[in-house]
Design a protein around this ligand. Structure first.
Ligand code: HEC
Ligand code: HEC
Length: 246
């Protein structure tokens, strides 16, 4: 008699234990989606997708891509707009009306969005390519690729992707560091680098970086297996990108 009661109970518990967990992370980013489309406490005018695009792809001009960036990076940028380490009146006004929980949720949402990288457009830009891939040792300039990846895919949670970010946005950030309007790079590396670049170099390297696919090598390889097979470096940086955020 007891067995007939206990057995189904145990069976049910076993099923619950094995069922794919209703992932808390998904719920978390689902409520981030509400903020992305409705603006949350900041109101509908602040709905992120109005400016950052329906899929977080950016607007091709001054508004960056958010899709697929590291959640810790995104969250810290929001905090830095609020505390002024990144000076931008519009983002500051929006973020100040979102509490820490809302910032974390909307960051998780954008970090989880798939980013569809596209082909490179800017092959005729030797100056930008040289700076990006080789730097200029005579001026102590390290290659951008060292921290941002040869495909502009970003390296680890702290070095964001640059590929497929709008060129105007990238140039704007380099300018903001040069002039001190943005001073939130943890080790001051971007402040240092941006001061060594001329205005023309900023334009060239931004155009080059914007034309990169912006995907992790592993994702690129999956899209075109033949072209990338057998290169051991393809997996080297793959595991860091998401989830290990700060
Ligand atoms: C009215 C347009 C507009 C709206 C609405 C908007 N943004 Fe932005 N956002 C911008 C612009 C423009 C920038 C670039 C600012 C700069 O130059 O620093 C930006 C920058 C950012 C960045 C920095 C990204 C990076 O790569 O460093 C983050 C993160 C961000 N926005 C998140 C959000 C979130 C989350 C929301 C919704 C709650 C939102 N934005 C709503 C226009 C907007
Ligand atoms: C030593 C490592 C390092 C090198 C080399 C480097 N960067 Fe960065 N870069 C960073 C870090 C770290 C950040 C993120 C700063 C922050 O946390 O806000 C960053 C951020 C950026 C951003 C802002 C991206 C965004 O989403 O807002 C741009 C643009 C950028 N770098 C361009 C360049 C260019 C162009 C070069 C080469 C001329 C370069 N970087 C070389 C470390 C580096």
């Amino acid at each position: 008699m007891l067995r007939t009661l206990v057995f189904p109970l145990l069976a049910a518990m076993a099923v619950m234990a094995c069922a794919p967990q209703a992932p808390e992370e998904d719920l978390f980013s689902a409520s981030g989606e509400v903020i992305a489309f409705g603006g949350g406490d900041a109101g509908p005018a602040a709905a992120c997708m109005r400016c950052h695009g329906l899929s977080g792809e950016g607007d091709g001009g001054a508004t960056p891509r958010l899709a697929g960036l590291d959640p810790g990076y995104l969250h810290r940028q929001l905090d830095d707009y609020a505390n002024g380490r990144r000076d931008h009146a519009l983002m500051r006004a929006i973020v100040r009306r979102l509490d820490g929980e809302a910032r974390a949720r909307v960051s998780a949402y954008y970090a989880g969005l798939d980013f569809k990288g596209t082909e490179m457009e800017d092959s005729e830009n030797p100056e930008g390519a040289a700076l990006y891939l080789r730097g200029d040792p005579s001026r102590g300039l390290r290659p951008c690729a060292q921290c941002h990846g040869v495909a502009g895919e970003g390296v680890g949670p702290g070095n964001p992707p640059l590929g497929r970010q709008p060129a105007a946005y990238l140039a704007g950030q380099l300018d903001a560091w040069r002039t001190g309007r943005r001073h939130n790079d943890p080790l001051g590396e971007m402040r240092e680098i941006s001061r060594r670049l001329s205005a023309a170099e900023i334009r060239a390297v931004s155009r080059y970086a914007a034309g990169l696919p912006g995907l992790r090598p592993r994702a690129v390889r999956a899209a075109s297996p033949a072209a990338h097979r057998g290169d051991p470096r393809n997996d080297a940086s793959a595991p860091h990108r998401r989830g290990s955020g700060s």
